[in-house]
Design a protein around this ligand. Structure first.
Ligand SMILES: [Zn+2]
Length: 65
């Protein structure tokens, strides 16, 4: 583990992949959803998020912070 990962920081997401597919939401309904995966350049942490609606790539990237 790199020392950097122990220091609080704003994750710097890279390798952002945005895909869209149907997904079952926690409420049991199926939605055409936006899947976002990314990896932090500083600590290597990976992120997987599902937004249960179709959002644009720009919105998805903003959502990463
Ligand atoms: Zn990080």
């Amino acid at each position: 583990m790199k020392l950097l990962s122990l220091i609080p920081h704003w994750h710097r997401w890279q390798d952002v992949v945005i895909t869209r597919a149907n997904a079952i939401a926690p409420n049991g309904r199926s939605y055409f959803s936006t899947h976002i995966t990314a990896r932090c350049r500083s600590c290597g942490q990976t992120l997987h998020r599902i937004h249960y609606r179709d959002i644009s790539d720009a919105q998805a990237r903003r959502w990463l912070g």
